[in-house]
Design a protein around this ligand. Structure first.
Ligand code: ADP
Length: 393
C-alpha cells in the first residue's frame, strides 16, 4: 500500500501541494497552482525525476486545479490527505479527522480568520469530491499553541469579551514552531528542552517551547500581532486606530489594509519587503532599508527576551523561515542584542550555514540553531499520527 500523504495548503487563489513519503527526507512531488479563477491560472511543480513543469489552466477553479494536481501524482494514490487549516479556535487542540462536524466547527471559527478559513475549506470540499474514499485530516496553525496558560493567552480585557466573543490570543505558525523545536530536541539530545523559536518568513512570529509544548508566542487573535513582518506592522499602540480614524478620517478597512499590507519592512523602508534586497540596499547607504533591518532585528530580540519569561530554563534559540534560515546578518544582529542570555555566536559557522541544512552556530554558552522548517513534513506526520490514533481507538 502507498503510505504517502498528500499535503494541501489552499489559499483564496492558490493551492500548494506536496506528496510526502513515509520517510520525509525522500524527494517530494510538489508544486503550486496559482492565479486560480483568472485567465492566468497555472500549475507549476517538480516531477519525480527532478524536472520542473508548468501547465497553463486558464480559468481553472480549485476543483479543476486539484484534478490537474492529481494527474501530476504519477499514478500514486496517497494514504490520506492532510490539509493546512489556519484557524482552529479553541475547539481544535490537535489535528482532526475531517467529517461534517469538523467542517461545521471550522466554519464557526471563520469570523476569526475571514480570509484564510473559507479558502482552506474550499480546498477541503474540492478534495473530498475528488477523493471521496480517502481519509482527510485537518492540521491547524493554531493547535500547537492551545497549551498556552491563561496568563499568556488572555488579553487584559473584560471576561465577557473572552467568554462570549472568543477574544484571546491564539498564535499561528504552530506547525513550524512545533517542527523546529522537536528537531532541536532530537539534534541536541535534550528531549524536552526550553527553546525560543523565531520563524522569520514573510509572516514572522516567535515562540517559547517547554518540553515540546508552546508556552507563549508573539502572534495573537490574528497574525498581525507581535514582531514586524514583511508587510505587517506587528504590535502598534492600540490607540493608533482611533487616532488615525479621528485625525486622518481613515476607515477601519483602510487601517486594516495599511497595517497588514503596507507596513513592516515594506513600510519602514519605502522600498521592498524582500530582506535580500533590503540588506543590499542598506549596504549601499539606503537609509530606509537600514532602519527597516534595524527595527526588524530589534523587535525580534525584544520579543524573544519577553518570551523568555515563559520558560523555566532556556536551552537555546532556533532560527527558521526564509529570513531565519538564510540571513546571517539578521541572525548576527538578533544574537548581538541578547548577550545577557549567554548567547555567543560562532560567526564562521553563522556565515557558512548551508542553505536547506540544519546547523549549530553558537560558540559555547546556550545553543543556537538554524533549522529549515518543514511544515509539509510536519502536516504529513500529524496526519499519519491522527490516522493511527483513529485505528487504535
Ligand atoms: P513565506 O512566509 O511566504 O513562506 P519565506 O519563509 O520563504 O516566506 O521567507 C521569505 C523571506 O525570506 C523574504 O523576505 C526573503 O527576502 C527572505 N530570504 C530568502 N532568502 C534570503 C537570503 N538569502 N537572505 C536574506 N533573506 C532571504
Amino acid at each position: 500500500m502507498d503510505t504517502s500523504v498528500l499535503v494541501i495548503n489552499c489559499g483564496s487563489s492558490s493551492i500548494k501541494y506536496a506528496l510526502v513519503l513515509e520517510d520525509p527526507a525522500q524527494p517530494r512531488l510538489a508544486g503550486l497552482a496559482e492565479c486560480l479563477g483568472s485567465s492566468d491560472a497555472r500549475l507549476k511543480g517538480t516531477a519525480s525525476n527532478g524536472e520542473p513543469f508548468e501547465q497553463s489552466l486558464p480559468g481553472a477553479d480549485h476543483g479543476l486545479a486539484l484534478e490537474a494536481i492529481l494527474d501530476r501524482l504519477e499514478g500514486r494514490l496517497p494514504l490520506a490527505v492532510g490539509h493546512r487549516i489556519v484557524h482552529g479556535g479553541e475547539h481544535f487542540t490537535r489535528a482532526a479527522l475531517i467529517d461534517d462536524d469538523v467542517i461545521a466547527a471550522i466554519e464557526q471559527t471563520t469570523a476569526l480568520a475571514p480570509l484564510h478559513n473559507p479558502a482552506n475549506l474550499a480546498g477541503v470540499a474540492a478534495t473530498r469530491r475528488l477523493f471521496p474514499d480517502l481519509p482527510q485530516v485537518a492540521v491547524f496553525d493554531t493547535a500547537f499553541h492551545q497549551t498556552l496558560p491563561p496568563r499568556a493567552y488572555r488579553y487584559a480585557l473584560s471576561e465577557a469579551l473572552y467568554r462570549d466573543h472568543a477574544i484571546r490570543r491564539y498564535g499561528f505558525h504552530g506547525t513550524s514552531h512545533a517542527y523546529v523545536s522537536q528537531r532541536a530536541d532530537t539534534l541536541s539530545g535534550l528531549e524536552g528542552g526550553g527553546w525560543l523559536t523565531a520563524h522569520l518568513g514573510n509572516g514572522c512570529s516567535t515562540c517559547a517551547v517547554w518540553k515540546g509544548q508552546s508556552r507563549d508566542t508573539s502572534m495573537g487573535l490574528t497574525p498581525l500581532e507581535g514582531v514586524a513582518m514583511g508587510t505587517r506592522s506587528g504590535d502598534v499602540d492600540p490607540g493608533l486606530h482611533a487616532h488615525l480614524a479621528r485625525q486622518l478620517g481613515w476607515s477601519l478597512e483602510r487601517i486594516d489594509e495599511v497595517l497588514n499590507r503596507h507596513s513592516g519592512l515594506l513600510g519602514l523602508s519605502g522600498l521592498t519587503n524582500d530582506m535580500r534586497e533590503l540588506e543590499a540596499a542598506a549596504a549601499q547607504g539606503h537609509q530606509g532599508a537600514a532602519i527597516a533591518v534595524e527595527v526588524f532585528c530589534y523587535r525580534i530580540a525584544k520579543s524573544l527576551a519577553a518570551l523568555s519569561c515563559a520558560l523555566p530554563r532556556l536551552d537555546g534559540l532556533i532560527f527558521t523561515g526564509g529570513i531565519g534560515e538564510n540571513s546571517a546578518e539578521v541572525r548576527e544582529r538578533v544574537v548581538a542584542l541578547l548577550p545577557h542570555f549567554g548567547l555567543q555566536l560562532n560567526r564562521t559557522a553563522n556565515s557558512d550555514t548551508v542553505r536547506g541544512r540544519e546547523g549549530r552556530i553558537d560558540a559555547g554558552g546556550r545553543q543556537l540553531w538554524v533549522i529549515p522548517t518543514d511544515e509539509e513534513g510536519q502536516i504529513a506526520s500529524e496526519t499519519r499520527q491522527r490516522l493511527k490514533q483513529e485505528t487504535t481507538a
